[in-house]
Design a protein around this ligand. Sequence first.
Ligand code: HEM
Length: 240
Amino acid sequence: MSHRPQVVAARLVALLAAGHLSTVSALLAEPGREGESPMSSTAHAAPSIPGYTLGTPTVPRSPLSMEELALLQKTVLFTDEDVKYLRLSGEVLAGQEEAVLDVWYGFVASHPHLVHYFGRKADGQPDGDYLAAVRKRFARWIQDTAAANYDQAWLDYQYEIGRRHHRTAKNRTDGAPSVDNISYRYLPAFIYPITATLKPFLAKKGHGAEDVEKMHQAWLKSVILQVTLWSQPYILDGDF
Ligand code: HEM
């Protein structure tokens, strides 16, 4: 199947219009399935994911200190037990990443007001190359969230991810010809679908209901924490 962006976009538009969500998800999924899954690289291997710059000097320093991060973690009741259950979730989600992304991308694809943010400024059509490039980093994000390593490089990258959703740096990483900014209101709202749809995947490797619930709660806290950090570029200076 051709993955030329205009072909992908044309098919997406036709399928979206016809309401064929599962086919849309499959189409969005395919570029990510070529070659090795980004999830198969370990946290320490040099990953070849274009635009994934965690731990590199190109990432600006977070305006928040590690101490302020710790206070935010306390505020969301994030503890060492959550670290333990996030890492367990990493074992559970290993090999399921593309299936998780099919659901998340399917959710975005089925809502025109969301897929808009992956659309080309010129004609409003979804940009297949952009969707595919972001998907690879999204897969790596699942791994990083589960790894729960809260060091300075991680904190800095949260600031960078916020900038990439905001007009400060959206599109820059992939040279995407897309709209300039993601409206802030959708970031916190998106926490619910992301975490609710993850739960069935956490239950797929035979863990008991209590462990699944603890993994799920840890993910919820982590995503709330991350989206809070990503909010910074949207907030008036001095108000964060
Ligand atoms: C819970 C909320 C969200 C999560 C967890 C999330 C996660 C991510 C991740 C992991 C990336 C890649 C970061 C990287 O470059 O390494 C990303 C990028 C992106 N996300 Fe989100 N996202 C959220 C909300 C949204 C919403 C509501 C939209 C609107 C449709 C959106 C659209 C995008 C776009 C367009 C990019 C690419 C930005 C760029 O140009 O670099 N995201 N997101």
